[in-house]
Design a protein around this ligand. Structure first.
Ligand code: PEP
Ligand code: MG
Length: 315
């Protein structure tokens, strides 16, 4: 029984009809790699590089970064590792990227905006990443955080390719990008949806602020409609669409995300087993039916209720 259990736990993510749905891990450092591998991660869907440098007073060198990235990539031979460029922001200030105090830091110079204002830092990171890929057998995908529009997408992809990155994409976590998804997918290799920030900006509720925490709910149909725009764009253009926000670790919501067009899910490694087990209960058609049902809800609470009702009565 133990062997069977272990086998199930480490089987690749899939729907009931056999369609593969890669389940990846979110990482903050190379120390998280071993646990992710042990819990059956099929690669990495979000490596948050800014966590490596929260205490750094000065920008890290190319050599220093390349050593870090190589150790992470080496833990996933032959597998996909999606690395996010430095995402400095309100919750994660980086001394060497920060432009000073802001009244509304969630709406400020952050993510790709801050990298663009300090382009040498971005160039060094992309150079280090390309070097790390050449040193290992992992398949490196690199993405930019907090991308606002098509122009920023083009800027990032062009620079990444020029510096030797082979697969370059963007995170969809600002509604302006989601609304332009049909054009954005044509300008990059993949999109990864960050539902934490996408929810924050869709609901206009600071995710750091306890008094508005109830708005931070990715089940809200307003958020899911934006996810659908991105999913439809990805399906239409044949581009992979990942989800790497917290929403992907909610088993029932993960099925909704797949029904909306997500082609891979990335989450904290501890959530992999439950999401894997839930996905196995649905076919592609059922996931799409579930998503369609939930999109018609008028609130997050109704979306949850409709989803539970669908599972109880329609399957
Ligand atoms: C997100 O915004 O959903 C995301 C994955 O990035 P972070 O939580 O690091 O902002
Ligand atoms: Mg984010």
């Amino acid at each position: 029984a133990l062997a069977a259990e272990q086998h199930i736990e480490l089987a690749p993510g899939a729907l009931r009809d056999g369609e593969l749905l890669p389940l990846l891990a979110n990482l903050g450092s190379s120390a998280d790699c071993a646990q992710a591998v042990r819990l059956g991660a099929e690669g990495v869907g979000l490596f948050r590089t800014e966590f490596l440098f929260l205490d750094s007073q000065t920008a890290p060198t190319v050599a220093e970064q390349q050593a870090h990235y190589t150790s992470v990539l080496a833990a996933f031979p032959g597998q996909k590792v999606v690395v996010r460029c430095l995402d400095a922001g309100a919750d994660k200030p980086l001394k060497f990227l920060h432009g000073g105090r802001e009244e509304n830091p969630a709406l400020g110079l952050r993510g790709l905006r801050a990298l663009r204002a300090n382009e040498e830092v971005l160039r060094d990171q992309l150079t280090a990443l390309a070097g790390a890929e050449r040193a290992t057998s992992a398949e490196l995908w690199v993405m930019a955080p907090m991308v606002t529009d098509l122009a920023e997408t083009r800027y990032f992809v062009e620079l990444a390719r020029k510096l030797g990155v082979r697969v370059a994409g963007v995170m969809a976590e600002i509604p302006s990008l989601a609304l332009m998804a049909d054009q954005v997918v044509l300008a990059c290799d993949f999109v990864s949806i960050g539902t934490n920030d996408l929810t924050q900006y869709t609901m206009a509720a600071d995710r750091m602020l306890g008094s508005v925490a109830s708005y931070q709910d990715p089940w809200h149909p307003a958020v899911l409609r934006l996810v659908k725009l991105i999913g439809d764009a990805g399906t239409g253009a044949g581009r992979p669409i990942g989800v790497c926000g917290e929403a992907a670790s909610d088993p029932l919501l993960s099925v909704v995300l797949v029904g909306l067009g997500a082609t891979s899910l990335s989450m904290t490694a501890a959530a992999l087993a439950d999401v894997r087990a839930e996905l196995l209960r649905y076919t592609r058609v059922e996931a799409a039916q579930l998503a369609a049902r939930v999109l018609g809800a008028s609130s997050a609470a109704e979306a949850r209720a409709l989803a539970r009702d669908f599972v109880a009565n329609s399957l």
